[in-house]
Write a protein of this length. Structure first.
Length: 368
């Protein structure tokens, strides 16, 4: 029977790129004995499989957006039927969903269902691990930027997001307990450790799949420091998630900034505590799973080496003036109230009301 590779993420490790390329090359893969199933997919990934597991094992009803027009509870049956149709022509099956990563509640029961549904197949688990400081900063920035519209601090984010409620080592122990250590394929999310420096080629090699062309480039750029702060204020005001892309375009116009990289959103003492735990976990994974001295070649920076997230008051004042000028000129009338309210909040929090004279301040307040 075909070997089944389950790619579980982690998030922020080019999962969308990998899924898109695999989906686009469905026919080529099939011609080479590899099935990237179509039936249990909405879009490019196999999130439906995880959604059904969450509903079955955790008792949580997943939002309709995950299913589209598809019926609930049918993804695993659809998968098995598709594998059966191609069984004589394939040697492996590749499944991919980063929703697997970070699942903690009743995860053992979820993996029991996976094993039962794929009974008779050899199951191998592929996971890309990103340096934790990078994952944290990227995830926080993107959750503020994206449709999740996170409006709170980075401290609260780390302490409440399910991704950070279980360390890498603990997660791997659960999966290896279900499918065996020898079936856990760990790949560091570091270009210098990828085959030919290419994430797609590296994934294909890890899954023994025909090499596919990549051209991978991370297009999901982070927000700049003031942009991030203003977007948090916009998120606090609340707006339709379907408007998020348009709000971001306007934000880039009224607050042009370069993306921030390598920034810590928590103070150095807390970062030091996080870092000690990350180093302990990474050493354990390297020794136990990779028989190596290190998991990542690029070390997690020391506290004194990091750049702390800080609002530049002059940059914020510059944003407020440009925003006022653009909206006063008649641009984006349907979004004027939202941006005015968010800007008033930002200026009040940073005690910067004096950037406007009385007339302009009154005008701004009238928009709210």
């Amino acid at each position: 029977m075909a070997t089944v590779y389950i790619h579980i993420g982690a998030p922020k490790t080019a999962t969308s790129t990998l899924q898109s390329i695999l989906a686009r090359n469905h026919r080529k893969l099939l011609e080479n004995g590899v099935l990237y199933p179509q039936d249990p997919r909405v879009g490019d990934a196999h999130h439906l499989l995880v959604c059904d597991l969450i509903e079955q094992c955790q008792g949580i009803r997943m939002p309709d957006i995950w299913y589209g027009s598809r019926a609930r509870g049918e993804a695993w049956a659809a998968l098995k039927a598709e594998i059966a149709r191609h069984e004589s022509n394939i040697h492996s099956v590749v499944l991919s969903s980063e929703l697997f990563f970070g699942q903690k509640h009743n995860i053992e029961a979820m993996l029991d269902v996976v094993a039962d549904q794929l009974q008779g197949h050899e199951i191998r688990v592929v996971v890309y691990l990103r340096r934790q400081d990078q994952l944290y900063s990227s995830f926080y920035n993107q959750d503020v930027k994206g449709v999740r519209q996170w409006a709170h601090s980075a401290y609260r984010f780390y302490n409440t997001h399910q991704i950070f409620q279980q360390d890498y080592y603990s997660l791997l122990q659960v999966w290896s307990g279900a499918f065996g250590k020898k079936h856990i394929i760990i790949r560091p999310f570091e270009a210098e450790q990828w085959l030919n420096g290419d994430i797609v080629q590296d994934f294909c090699a890890a899954t023994e799949t025909v090499l596919l062309k990549s051209g991978y480039k991370d297009h999901n750029e982070s927000l700049g420091m003031v942009q991030l702060y203003v977007k948090r204020c916009l998120n606090k005001m609340g707006f339709d998630k379907n408007q998020n892309e348009e709000v971001l375009k306007i934000l880039q116009h009224v607050c042009p900034q370069k993306p921030v990289k390598g920034c810590s959103y928590v103070h150095k003492a807390l970062y030091r505590r996080y870092r000690e735990e990350w180093l302990r976990v990474n050493r354990a994974i390297a020794e136990e799973y990779l028989k190596a001295d290190e998991l990542f070649r690029q070390p997690i920076p020391e506290p004194q080496e990091i750049q702390l997230y800080k609002i530049n008051r002059l940059d914020l004042a510059g944003y407020a003036k440009l925003m006022f000028k653009i909206f006063k000129g008649g641009a984006y009338p349907e979004y004027r109230q939202l941006f005015a309210r968010a800007t008033v909040l930002a200026l009040a929090e940073q005690n910067l009301w004096n950037v406007f004279d009385t007339a302009d301040r009154d005008c701004m307040l009238s928009w709210t």
